[in-house]
Design a protein around this ligand. Structure first.
Ligand code: HEC
Ligand code: HEC
Ligand code: HEC
Length: 438
């Protein structure tokens, strides 16, 4: 991983000057607080010093070009479409009207329908009879005999903008969101009209209805299996390393393994000083600035390493966030709402892929869609297919970009709300970090 901090030594130095000022101020206030009520200070809930003025991640945020070992991130700008922070997408305009028959070139239509550069292609969700390319998905119905089922006008309109007929559909509005032109959709309709034969797969692993569900049997705590275990060692070192003002985490926390036994399992939490949800990684960035003077921005190597360490200490502890405050309740409600929002050029919501109410437990091309329950206890997690360790916010960012929605910076309030809603949903699941996933 490249450290963003290293790319801007001047900014970091300036930040340090300001931090020293903050630090001095903190020392004075905290001494006053201790003098006033020595007993209460130790037991006061959430009294950990935090720097609360500056962003906890690089800003303005620029999307990753590559992960640490070179796997690239899509670089499109989808500003015209909604994000988790902003509703921008126009509602559907109503069906367009065409007189049957729609003329087009079926061979060109097949090529367009199978073109992965177009939002993953139709094959991400549909089977197309004997011509189906490798590893089709089954989020949508089998189209092997769709040519016998519908009229041209209906087919055209369902592809152009299916929201006119089914407002919650996961199928993207291919025409209305300009992924295919009107002329291209006519070619696709011509291709679909040639599909008339039901199809039986010869290989059950090709058929998304019978393909076996991935099951990870690797031991995530074995360093020879999980490269993220090196992050654990790095986290232990970072805990002992002195920051700008000569203090390390260990200077104030001499037995983290006892003190933080269940801490990460109780995160994220509502933080009144920020009026938003604070996750482990943002806590590390803000608490370090206020204590050691270290600038440990979210998603930097040291931040992820410390997050692995603090999560790993809590391994086995059941996820148990404090949901009692009004702030926490409001965040859960907001997170649930945000996960229903259609975003990006592909116009998909989190719940479309991650709940059984919609399409969880089906295949989007070669990717099995997991339910939200069971998805958070193993973060930060090694991603074999990407060769990188991701914290949960980076996972959210990727799930935004993969539906062609601009992602938010890691410390965005909206991600906090979603993280809280997911923690509430996963209450009781035991922390098991660092994880390992495909
Ligand atoms: C993300 C998944 C997804 C992708 C990608 C997708 N579809 Fe669909 N499609 C669906 C779903 C789900 C349905 C079932 C109805 C609904 O929920 O809208 C559907 C329904 C259809 C139907 C109606 C079938 C019927 O008999 O009722 C057609 C036709 C269709 N899709 C064509 C396409 C074409 C052409 C493409 C590529 C340009 C495509 N789909 C890409 C998810 C998808
Ligand atoms: C100058 C002393 C000091 C240093 C240095 C320090 N902390 Fe803390 N830390 C505190 C105080 C004070 C609290 C609040 C009381 C408590 O929980 O012990 C706290 C609380 C915490 C908590 C519990 C947080 C919560 O939600 O209340 C964690 C976890 C933690 N610190 C981790 C760290 C890490 C990681 C570092 C190094 C980046 C670090 N600390 C550096 C003083 C310090
Ligand atoms: C187009 C489908 C799709 C959408 C929409 C989507 N995701 Fe995902 N998500 C995936 C896939 C595919 C994976 C990888 C599943 C796996 O690890 O097997 C994944 C993985 C995840 C994971 C980690 C699962 C694990 O166990 O490691 C989380 C958490 C997650 N998504 C959250 C979200 C959130 C929050 C949103 C909305 C902002 C969202 N996703 C939107 C497809 C989607």
């Amino acid at each position: 991983m490249t450290s963003r901090l290293m790319q801007n030594p001047l900014g970091a130095a300036m930040a340090c000057t300001r931090l020293l000022i903050t630090m001095t101020a903190f020392a004075i206030t905290s001494m006053a607080a201790v003098a006033a009520e020595p007993a209460a200070a130790a037991s006061a809930k959430h009294s950990a010093p935090l720097e609360i003025k500056r962003p906890a991640s690089p800003q303005p945020w620029h999307r990753y070009k590559v992960d640490s070992q070179g796997s690239s991130w899509p670089q499109g700008d989808w500003n015209a479409y909604s994000t988790l922070a902003r509703i921008a997408t126009a509602p559907p305009n109503g069906p367009l009207h065409y007189t049957t028959p729609i003329e087009g070139d079926p061979a060109l239509g097949r090529q367009l329908a199978f073109d992965r550069a177009r939002g993953g292609s139709c094959v991400a969700c549909h089977v197309f009879g004997k011509e189906t390319p490798a590893q089709p998905g089954n989020v949508g119905p089998d189209l092997s005999s769709v040519g016998t089922r519908h009229g041209d006008d209906w087919l055209f309109n369902y592809i152009y903008d299916p929201r006119n007929l089914n407002k919650d559909t996961i199928m993207p509005p291919w025409g209305a969101h300009k992924i295919y032109s009107v002329a291209e959709i006519k070619h696709i309709v011509a291709f679909l009209k040639t599909l008339k034969e039901p199809y039986t797969f010869k290989d059950p692993q090709e058929d998304p209805a019978t393909r076996s569900v991935p099951k990870d049997t690797r031991d995530n705590l074995d360093p020879t299996e999980n490269p993220a275990m090196f992050g654990l060692d790095r986290g232990k070192e970072a805990f002992k390393r002195a920051g700008m003002n000569g203090k390390s985490c260990a200077s104030c926390h001499s037995s983290p393994e006892t003190a933080f036994k269940t801490w990460a399992a109780r995160m994220p939490r509502y933080e009144p000083r920020l009026n938003k949800i604070l996750g482990v990684e943002e806590f590390i960035a803000r608490h370090a600035r206020a204590t050691t003077g270290g600038e440990i921005l979210m998603q930097s190597d040291d931040n992820i390493a410390l997050s692995i360490y603090l999560h790993n200490i809590a391994n086995g502890a059941p996820i148990n966030p404090d949901l009692s405050s009004a702030g926490a309740k409001q965040a859960v409600a907001s997170g649930q709402q945000l996960m229903r929002r259609k975003i990006g050029q592909l116009n998909m919501a989190c719940i479309d892929c991650h709940t059984r109410e919609r399409h969880a437990s089906k295949w989007a091309r070669g990717q099995y869609l997991v339910e939200f329950k069971g998805t958070v206890a193993h973060f930060p997690t090694w991603r074999t297919s990407r060769g990188d360790i991701w914290d949960i916010r980076k996972r959210f960012q990727w799930c935004n970009v993969s539906v062609r929605a601009n992602e938010l910076p890691p410390d965005a309030k909206e991600y906090g709300d979603i993280e809280m809603a997911l923690a509430a949903l996963n209450k009781g699941a035991k922390i098991n970090a660092p994880g390992m996933r495909h």
